[in-house]
Design a protein around this ligand. Structure first.
Ligand SMILES: *Cc1c(COP(=O)(O)O)cnc(C)c1O
Length: 393
């Protein structure tokens, strides 16, 4: 029986509570709770600075931000997107009455394959919605070329890409808009929260109207807006989190390096190469359980669970397999072979700043020496030995 404390795929990073109390006092004193208050303004400014972008609009969460981004660009018809993501990516399209068109991903990066994008364009296509999966940048140049050639908008779901830079430049400045998530499970969290990165002040202003019911002043409503505003409580927490996030990402990088040193020689376990010229945030540590690993992915996943190690199969099932999507012509598994294979092999290992080196070693040890199934009589001796070796380790 496992007696050690369970390890989860992530654990939210929180600042010391006493550091938050002065912010709360200020809110209680001012009685400004929302509607673009002082903490909201300050967080927009500090985040823009930290991320290396010019125009940022805070939101209540990334899903509402995605829905609003599509509204702001008046996207309709068909949008090409990835099946290998969190379900909110495609849900934001359905909430706008847009037809998602799923195309396959690149086997190295798990991001949209530009060649597949181009092949899926029809006269109804109006935009591309790629995801920087696990915070690894998409092929932004190829995607922009296609968008320019076919006059399409590009809206990046950048929920995983907080702080990611390529050749020193923020990955968030590509495309027409980029959307961040500050959900509890993300690298930078405000409990719930999100943001849209705009290329210019005019676009930001339009988005700011849309997230506030379409109000431009006390009496004028110019658009069918929604309520997507971030509260002062979340914004204040964000300001405090921002002071700690550099340290948190640095610790994630150490854990990433430790996993790599412990797992790179395990037969049948594939790690993702770090992307070239990129300052990553190590938001996830994905491994692929390949056919030459002694166990099937789900068997390893269950063994980890039984040992109190809660990895997650991000992203299994594919979005295209959920009931509201699987009837779409583009959802057919035969059209998405790379996404399908990746989804059936992926496990994201626990990674978060408070994870100890000992726990990383415990996760790696289980993957290195799993309990082997007793398959055929000839294999019994060998697997029993391996099992003993595994428990002794
Ligand atoms: C977390 C996530 C979202 C949704 O973010 P919320 O802030 O929870 O709405 C959207 N897309 C991706 C890729 C995500 O990982």
């Amino acid at each position: 029986m496992n007696t050690k404390a369970p390890i989860y795929v992530t654990q939210p990073d929180l600042p010391p509570l006493e550091e938050f109390m002065p912010y709360l006092q200020q809110i209680w004193d001012s009685k400004i709770l929302t509607n673009g208050g002082p903490f909201h303004k300050q967080l927009e400014a500090e985040l823009a600075d930290f991320l290396g972008v010019k125009h940022i609009s805070l939101f209540t969460n990334a899903t509402i931000a995605l829905v609003t981004a599509l509204q702001s660009l008046r996207i309709s018809g068909e949008v090409i997107t990835t099946p290998y993501s969190f379900v909110a990516t495609a849900h934001s399209l359905l909430w706008n009455g847009i037809k998602p068109v799923f195309v396959d991903i690149d086997p190295q990066t798990f991001n949209l394959d530009p060649a597949c994008i181009e092949a899926a364009i029809t006269p109804q296509t109006t935009a591309i919605m790629p995801v920087h999966c696990y915070g690894r940048p998409c092929d932004v140049e190829a995607i922009q070329r296609i968008a320019d050639d076919y006059n399409l908008k590009v809206i990046y779901d950048a929920a995983h890409a907080f702080g990611v830079k390529q050749q020193g430049q923020s990955v968030l400045q590509h495309g027409d808009l980029s959307i961040l998530s500050f959900h509890a499970t993300k690298v930078f969290n405000t409990f719930e929260g999100g943001a849209i990165i705009s290329p210019d002040a005019r676009t930001k202003q339009h988005i700011d109207h849309l997230k506030n019911f379409g109000f431009v002043n006390e009496t004028t409503v110019v658009a069918t807006g929604i309520n997507g505003k971030m509260s002062e409580l979340n914004a204040a927490l964000g300001l405090l989190q921002l002071q700690h996030v550099g340290k948190a990402i640095a610790r994630r990088k150490e854990i990433d390096a430790l996993y790599r040193s412990l797992l790179s020689d395990v037969k049948g376990i594939r790690l993702m190469e770090p992307p070239p010229d990129t300052d990553v945030n190590c938001s996830y540590f994905p491994i692929l359980v390949e056919p030459d690993y002694p166990l099937a992915r789900d068997v390893l996943y269950q063994q980890m669970k039984d040992a109190g190690i809660n990895g997650r199969r991000y992203f299994y099932p594919l979005i295209s397999d959920f009931p509201m999507y699987r009837g779409l012509p583009s959802a057919s598994a035969s059209l998405l072979p790379v996404a399908k294979a990746t989804s059936s092999r992926i496990i994201c290992l626990p990674i978060y700043p408070a994870l100890s080196d000992e726990d990383v070693a415990r996760v790696a040890a289980l993957i290195r020496t799993p309990s082997l199934p007793v398959a055929a009589p000839a294999a019994v001796m060998a697997s029993t030995q391996a099992q003993h070796a595994g428990t002794a380790a």
